[in-house]
Design a protein. Structure first.
Length: 475
């Protein structure tokens, strides 16, 4: 292996910047909805406890949003730095939804974030509430456009090749924005983002409750977070089922790699693998623990359906796209990332189910200290599930950078030497490590500080506070 191979280093750098940027995206998408819900409840009930929660999680949201913007800008630079051949080839198509995202969704989102931050005590409370819901709409729309761009890489539609065959040209923006892949991936991504936001709410609430701080306020947010987690997990599961159907139709090799199924199987033979061991070269299976019929059911919604195998698809793609290329992704990466994605999300949801039971009003035993620790330390589980999910999505597409149109090795910048990519990779890694420390430190400080002083909803003589008399600010 050439450690200064520009392709290898460019892939590592793009993977680093992409996954690092995605540390902040799900929390932004999920937490803005949580803040909007909290503020809505406060607006309708005048219960200052919900204002406490709006302010607290609003701070965390703003810290995270600022870091996400910075890393997102660097992310887009990657296309011009190390992937110029790719940019020239599909820039007409790939750039269109990204332009929509920047010019429409992001500026809409950023504008109303400013209105929400500086509109406290200046705007009518109903109009100010509308501003945070506008941020919810803008951030969600932004996610849709970005996923539409990624969906083109998974399932290219809405294009025609130029006369010289040198680039893809956009002919149908509607087809790009309604790509079956984005229609299935969008709800799956949004629900997974909500899961991470719910996990953060649970962790912050559990930290304070374990120290007997802001008990009534944090009990509300804890129970909300657990219900939000369970509902979001149900959405992830349902949307994931639909996404798997689209994946089988558009990228059968990815599904075959996800299940390490080497030869086409039908019915009982199309089984779901719980655990598999393969040969050192990854060419065949040695032993596996499987559930009969389950893969057929997941892939085709039929017990008699067939799932194409890796070897059969390799032969098909060799005939269709040319010989001399291994069209299989790295099977063990795809196989295990798919399982870790499911397992991490499932464990997070299970913790919430148990948490609702042990914190119910009729519970006769106090919550043990180790239970609070489980709730706190479970916060990263949905995020890790999302990250390995993206590893599965992108690695499962290999060796294509645009499925069936362009190989990854053909998309790298042709005149960029490996040592320059290595320098930028090291620089990005060090800078991102420092930013991660700053980001985590700021969020941790805001979370541990808890709500700022306001009329105490836990006080015996508190009572509801009117909307007009409640002091409001988010910073």
């Amino acid at each position: 292996m050439d450690l200064l191979d520009p392709l290898l280093l460019a892939r590592w750098q793009f993977g680093l910047t992409t996954l690092y940027h995605y540390l902040f995206v799900p929390l932004t998408l999920g937490l803005v909805l949580v803040v909007a819900i909290f503020q809505t409840v406060w607006h309708r009930t005048a219960n200052v406890a919900w204002l406490h929660l709006t302010r607290l999680f609003g701070k965390i949201f703003l810290i995270n949003f600022a870091m996400g913007v910075v890393t997102g800008i660097v992310q887009e630079f990657q296309f011009g730095m190390n992937w110029s051949a790719y940019s020239r080839f599909v820039g007409d198509v790939f750039g269109a939804p990204l332009a929509f995202e920047g010019l429409m969704a992001f500026f809409f989102e950023a504008t109303f974030i400013g209105v929400w931050i500086f509109g406290w005590n200046k705007l009518p409370k109903g109009l100010h509430l509308a501003s945070i819901w506008a941020v919810v709409f803008g951030s969600t729309l932004s996610g849709y456009f970005i996923l539409a761009a990624n969906a083109f890489m998974q399932n290219p539609v809405g294009y025609e090749m130029a006369a010289d065959g040198g680039r893809a040209e956009l002919v149908d923006i509607g087809a790009v924005l309604t790509n079956p892949v984005v229609l299935a991936a969008f709800p799956h991504t949004i629900f997974s983002a909500w899961m991470f936001a719910a996990a953060v709410v649970i962790a912050v609430s559990a930290w304070h409750l374990s120290r007997a701080q802001h008990i009534e306020t944090m009990r509300r947010s804890l129970r909300f977070g657990m219900w939000f987690m369970i509902v979001s997990f149900a959405g992830v599961a349902i949307s994931g089922d639909q996404l798997s159907l689209v994946m089988v139709a558009t990228q059968p090799m990815k599904m075959a790699a996800a299940e390490a199924i080497w030869n086409t199987a039908c019915g009982a033979d199309a089984s779901f693998s719980l655990f598999s061991i393969g040969t050192p070269d990854g060419s065949e299976e040695i032993w596996s623990l499987r559930i009969p019929y389950l893969l057929s059911l997941l892939s085709t919604h039929s017990f008699d359906g067939c799932v194409e195998g890796l070897n059969d698809l390799q032969a098909l793609y060799t005939e269709q796209f040319g010989a001399g290329i291994d069209y299989m992704p790295i099977v063990w990466v795809t196989y295990w990332s798919f399982r870790w994605m499911i397992a991490l999300g499932g464990v997070a949801a299970l913790i919430s189910v148990v948490g609702l039971w042990v914190t119910r009003k009729k519970a006769t035993r106090p919550v043990k200290s180790w239970m609070w620790k489980v709730a706190i330390w479970s916060a990263p589980l949905p995020l890790l599930g999302s990250l390995v999910g993206w590893v599965f999505t992108e690695m499962g597409r290999q060796p294509w950078i645009v499925f069936s149109l362009m190989l990854t090795e053909d998309g790298v910048s042709p005149n960029v030497p490996g040592w320059t990519v290595l320098i930028s990779l090291v620089a990005f890694t060090l800078i991102y490590a420092a930013l991660a420390v700053v980001e985590f430190g700021l969020i941790l400080k805001a979370a541990q500080k808890g709500p700022d002083p306001l009329p105490d909803p836990d006080a015996e003589d508190a009572g509801p506070t009117s909307l007009e008399d409640t002091p409001t600010t988010v910073y």
